[in-house]
Design a protein around this ligand. Structure first.
Ligand code: HEC
Length: 653
């Protein structure tokens, strides 16, 4: 059924593009003045009629196939009830109806024919056909992937402009090839109207292609987002293939432009032979365009790269992380050789332009120097990579998973990577401590590869056959939390403006029988003061927080209190005076506490300030620092409130 869907959609897209192009070129050529032009117009018109019929037919098949896929049963394709549902109750269905309504009007218009005897009637008739066809084409952009992943209007706008550009450029090529071919057949100079049309098209095509490239790049950045997405997903590969075909088509177009002057026949070159060659080139270009449309159709059916799981094809990747820690001076020292080489290259390039002699040799040399400079500069940033380097974890970074990973780690890994129990420090200098800084640099996908396949040469066994995929992600979540907790620059008691890096593992804030909220639901809304308490030692502090809750609340702070053990009595145990109005977690406490204790080892009362992006920004521990008085908390929160909000980030890179 997917094959049917793909084929029908491809044919439909091609028919709409070609029809738009045909009407555009007819309008561009103007009222036919010679016999040749009249014949050509008749041919193109009858072709366009067929195209509209093909568009309607393939559109119907496409709708039927989509309904079958949507309903999950093949017979739904012919079930009027299911089809009515798909047409009326889904947004793509409504767009489909609007577009096919336009196509029906266009078909009726073309088959009844109109009076085109006067110049104005002719222009009105052709313009109307163009507008109908173009509208049907660009509305295709209203139901695409780009439209689906974002509420913003931009992706739709880019898509629509892209489609219009495709219609004007690509759709005009076949009728243009036909025209030039017809013009080349007679002896002597080709029909001047045909040559004039070719000239005007050539100018417009340049603009159309620029628009195509611009809108294509814009929507690709929205859909592909990363180099990993481009290199590692089917969607990205199709995009690269599309670019390659587009470049080939542009080379042909450039060759044609170079032939243009010879068409006018002012010199001894044979204009009709030139015209034939141009017709051939344009026909080849049109062939490439059909390929392009196929690729574009296939792209709409694959998962956008930004949402897919990329398979990284190279053994290395660039890691900027290695740079971030280094003092600037060291970085500059590292860059020096590269910069010198690149500078030399640019210098040679400048001389080459000045002297303009032996240009090829000099620019070749300059290119090598610049490339060499870039290679030397980037070499320290290159790290080993695996096919799963950019794989997205299938398990989110949450307390339950980390706690699960912690026990798997103790059972499976601790024998070699030192033992540790929740809440206590690992023996210093043990392998697990060395694991922390090593793993902090690696992407989750890279850890996944290492744990799945092992590194037998270094003595690390493979766990792909021992642990399920989900279990491996649990372990990775634990290692990442552990590595973050061992960061050489830990989070202190003062908010460091602009330094948000320690992601707060998510958990459910379950309070008694109420529907639980997730910690992440506070993102973008409130700053969270997470309080790990235990009675009786925390009693005074909890009473103080209960009294100050109103004032903190006004500042945008929510307090979430977590006692060490799950108990429905937790709130009652805190006492009625002053009343506790903030959530006190009564379920899942053990996992939450064992995970957050990674960041606040020991059993002392601890408080963590979590900003609106979900990062832990300040940590207070009763055994090391005094608990902050409410004015201190207020000052820290104000610092967070003043901070320019960074864009929400995926916490796991
Ligand atoms: C039989 C002993 C053994 C067991 C069990 C073991 N490892 Fe290892 N692991 C090693 C050795 C040895 C190395 C290589 C250390 C080195 O070269 O410094 C290693 C390396 C690693 C590395 C790579 C560190 C780096 O970036 O160089 C990771 C990640 C890792 N282990 C995770 C785990 C996890 C997770 C488990 C449990 C599921 C586990 N290991 C179980 C012995 C073991």
């Amino acid at each position: 059924m997917t094959a049917v869907l793909f084929t029908a959609f491809g044919i439909h897209l091609a028919a709409c593009v070609l029809a738009t192009g045909a009407f555009f070129l007819l309008l561009l050529a103007g009222l036919p003045a010679t016999g040749l032009m009249c014949r050509w117009e008749r041919q193109v018109l009858s072709g366009a009629r067929w195209l509209v019929l093909v568009a309607l037919g393939s559109g119907a098949v496409w709708l039927a196939a989509r309904t079958a896929l949507f309903e999950g049963r093949p017979d739904a394709a012919l079930d009027p009830h299911a089809i009515r549902h798909a047409m009326l109750d889904t947004w793509p269905g409504v767009v489909w109806m609007a577009r096919h309504g336009l196509l029906v009007v266009l078909a009726a218009f073309l088959f009844t024919g109109g009076d085109v005897s006067t110049r104005w009637n002719w222009i009105a008739a052709r313009a109307e056909a163009l507008v109908l066809a173009a509208l049907a084409l660009i509305l295709l952009g209203g139901s695409s992937h780009a439209a689906a992943i974002s509420d913003s209007l931009w992706p739709r706008a880019f898509d629509m402009v892209h489609l219009l550009g495709a219609g004007i450029w690509a759709g005009s090529l076949p009728p243009l090839a036909l025209l030039i071919y017809a013009a080349s057949r007679g002896p002597g100079v080709p029909d001047p109207y045909a040559v004039q049309t070719m000239r005007s098209f050539s100018r417009i095509a340049l603009v159309a292609v620029l628009v195509l490239a611009g809108s294509g790049i814009a929507s690709a950045t929205l859909l592909v987002k990363s180099v990993a997405g481009l290199m590692g997903t089917t969607h990205g590969h199709l995009l690269l293939a599309k670019l390659a075909v587009l470049i080939a088509a542009l080379v042909l177009a450039a060759a044609n432009r170079a032939l243009l002057p010879a068409l006018s026949g002012t010199n001894e070159a044979k204009p009709s032979a030139t015209a034939r060659r141009m017709a051939l080139f344009i026909a080849m270009e049109a062939g490439l365009v059909v390929l392009l449309l196929g690729l574009a159709g296939a792209m709409t059916l694959t998962t956008p790269a930004a949402h897919g799981d990329p398979v990284w094809p190279f053994p290395i990747r660039l890691s900027v992380d290695t740079l971030l820690d280094l003092p600037v001076v060291q970085v500059l020292a590292q860059l020096r050789d590269g910069l010198v080489l690149a500078g030399l290259g640019l210098g040679v390039l400048a001389i080459a332009f000045l002297t303009r002699r032996r240009r090829k040799l000099l620019s070749g040399l300059a290119f090598m120097l610049v490339a060499g400079g870039a290679a030397v500069t980037l070499a320290p940033l290159v790290v080993e990579a695996y096919p799963t380097s950019y794989l997205r974890p299938s398990v989110t970074y949450n307390a339950g998973s980390i706690a699960e990973g912690m026990s798997i780690y103790q059972a499976r890994c601790a024998s070699c990577h030192a033992t540790r129990t929740a809440g206590s420090e690992a023996l210093s200098g043990s392998t697990v401590d060395r694991l922390a800084p090593l793993t902090a640099r690696q992407t989750a996908g890279e850890l996944f590869w290492l744990i799945t396949h092992g590194e037998l040469a270094r003595g690390m066994p493979e766990f792909g056959s021992l642990l399920g995929e989900v279990e491996r992600w649990h372990v990775i979540n634990f290692i990442r939390a552990f590595a973050a907790a061992r960061d050489p620059r830990p989070v202190g008691t003062d908010v460091e403006t602009g330094r948000a890096w320690l992601a707060a593992p998510d958990f459910n804030v379950s309070v008694g029988p109420l529907t639980p909220r997730a910690l992440r639901d506070y993102r973008g809304q409130r700053v969270v003061l997470l309080v790990l308490y235990d009675l009786p030692q925390s009693r005074t502090r909890m009473a103080e927080l209960a009294r100050r809750y109103g004032a903190l609340s006004v500042l945008g702070v929510e307090i979430v209190a977590v006692p060490p053990r799950a108990s429905p009595e937790a709130i009652a145990e805190l006492g009625a005076l002053p009343p506790v109005l903030f959530p006190v977690v009564t379920n899942g406490n053990e996992a939450i506490v064992s995970v957050y204790r990674l960041f606040t080892p020991g059993t002392a009362h601890a408080e963590l300030l979590i900003d609106r992006q979900g990062y832990i920004r300040a940590i207070w521990r009763d055994d090391l620092t005094a608990m902050p008085d409410p004015t201190t908390i207020q000052a820290q929160v104000e610092r967070l409130n003043e901070e320019k909000a960074p864009p929400p980030i995926d916490h796991v890179h």
